[in-house]
Design a protein. Structure first.
Length: 472
């Protein structure tokens, strides 16, 4: 053989090796690209808030289509029953009629985790991957072998791969891939792709299980909250009637309607009367909260000169201010008629003045109001404990109290301002607080329109209709 022919043979061998390496690299890239595309799709599915069943259906379909598999299925662990249950199965359209033969059996499938012969149970217990040349070991002894073997023949299934879906060594389920070729025929890159796929499915399923548990917990919390609201409503109604009677009789006794009260008894009777008034206010607060939460917070609009509302609350709270050595001043201004729910707006004014008195020990509280012809603007300014600026934003939320306020009066409910905000907003107004910080006093303000809007009146009519319908 000549030197030239030897060189030619070596060149051909070299080119063949290059071509083989290029084919190998191209195949590797193709597998990786397909895997990355599939993983991206699976990740996008997992970002949605889905229950395990819907998530599994989407995942099995995408995996089967992308990898051109005969069948893909996902099973989940039922922890209370300690069993494995099917949640999703995706098959080639051509073999769906054959799957339908065992459809009812699959729907009823419930594999105990301690089942010795079943591969799915074995994989869950061992937390390790298994493969099977037969489909029946995955479903035995719960579905007839003849039916399963016929399905395997019709579906051209050569190998079943069973992967545990686990997070931190806790198995949430099982992924089953049915191939039309042996597992050993897959190359290294295809096997690595399957491992990556299993990890993503495990994370997605774990998230879906957590999402479902959170849904159940949230539903349970709502039921508890509804039961709590119903209890508070019933208890408050039961308390309000006797308390109103007690307050009435105490007031009459203090006024001497049942005879002269001696000097030693008078201050005690007044203290008891004030305590009873506070109890009634607390009961009304709880009633209003339960109505708000139940969607039964209804305004009953009437027209009233607004200065009369303020004057009534000023007169009611003036004795309380005097007892606490707080100078309460009302800068009286004639205000126009305003369309409001008088009782509820009185609650707002009372709450703001009462709070100002409580949190201004031996200080002063000034109440003022004005109107621009479209709305009423009320201010309650005190020289009390003040409010830190970072706390002011949340002060009107339920059960929230300023730290300085809590130190002066530790027994408040944290509901008064929450209800006041709701009442003002239902009137189409707004409420806010201004303070230079702790120790610098506060100014609580609210404004409401003089006339109720058509939308507000319509909302009231709709709510009253719903309440009447519920009563029926």
């Amino acid at each position: 053989m000549t030197t030239r022919s030897i060189a030619t043979t070596q060149d051909k061998q070299y080119l063949r090796k290059i071509n083989e390496e290029l084919y190998k690299r191209n195949f590797e890239l193709a597998v990786k690209n397909k895997t990355l595309t599939l993983l991206r799709v699976l990740y996008e599915i997992s970002t949605h808030s889905l229950g395990p069943e819907e998530l599994a259906r989407k995942l099995t379909h995408e995996i089967r289509v992308a990898l051109n598999l005969q069948m893909v299925s996902i099973f989940v662990i039922d922890q209370p029953q300690k069993s494995v249950l099917p949640v999703a199965l995706s098959t080639l359209e051509a073999i769906q009629p054959h799957v339908n033969v065992i459809e009812d059996d699959l729907a009823a499938l419930n594999i105990p985790l301690n089942e010795k012969t079943n591969i799915l149970a074995q994989v869950v217990r061992a937390k390790k991957f298994k493969q099977s040349k037969r489909l029946y070991p995955l479903l035995q002894p719960f579905i007839a072998k003849t039916k399963v073997d016929q399905l395997q023949t019709d579906a051209h299934i050569d190998t079943c791969l069973v992967f545990p879906l686990r997070i931190a060594q806790v198995v949430q389920g099982v992924l089953v891939l049915a191939l039309d070729r042996p597992y050993n025929s897959l190359n290294q890159y295809e096997k690595e792709a399957l491992d990556s796929l299993v990890d993503v499915v495990a994370v997605a399923l774990d998230k879906a299980v957590i999402y479902r548990e959170l849904q159940k917990a949230n539903l349970h919390l709502k039921e508890l909250d509804r039961a709590k609201s119903e209890f508070m409503s019933i208890a408050s109604h039961q308390l309000r009637t006797p308390l109103a009677g007690i307050m009435g009789y105490l007031s009459m006794m203090v006024d001497g309607d049942f005879g002269v009260v001696n000097k030693e008894q008078t201050p005690v009777m007044k203290d008891v009367l004030e305590a009873t008034k506070r109890l009634i206010r607390m009961v009304n607060i709880f009633l209003n909260v339960t109505r708000i939460e139940a969607g039964r917070f209804i305004l009953n609009y009437t027209k009233v000169p607004f200065h009369e509302v303020i004057e009534a609350m000023y007169k009611e709270l003036k004795p309380t201010a005097d007892i606490k050595h707080v100078t309460l001043t009302y800068n009286r201004t004639l205000l126009p008629e305003t369309e409001v729910d008088v009782d509820k707006i009185k609650d707002v004014v009372l709450n703001l003045i009462d709070n100002a008195i409580k949190y201004s020990p031996k200080g002063s509280v000034t109440v003022s109001a004005e109107s621009d012809g479209k709305k009423v603007h009320v201010k309650v300014k005190d020289t009390g404990v003040g409010i830190a600026k970072e706390e002011a934003r949340n002060l009107f939320s339920k059960f929230v109290r300023g730290s300085g306020i809590a130190r002066v009066e530790p027994n408040g409910s944290g509901l008064g301002l929450f209800i006041a905000k709701k009442i003002v907003e239902e009137h189409g107004g707004r409420i806010w607080v201004e303070s230079e910080g702790e120790g610098a006093g506060s100014t609580f303000q609210f404004e409401i329109p003089l006339k109720a809007s058509t939308q507000a009146l319509k909302k009231v009519a709709e709510m009253k209709a719903r309440v009447r319908q519920g009563a029926k």
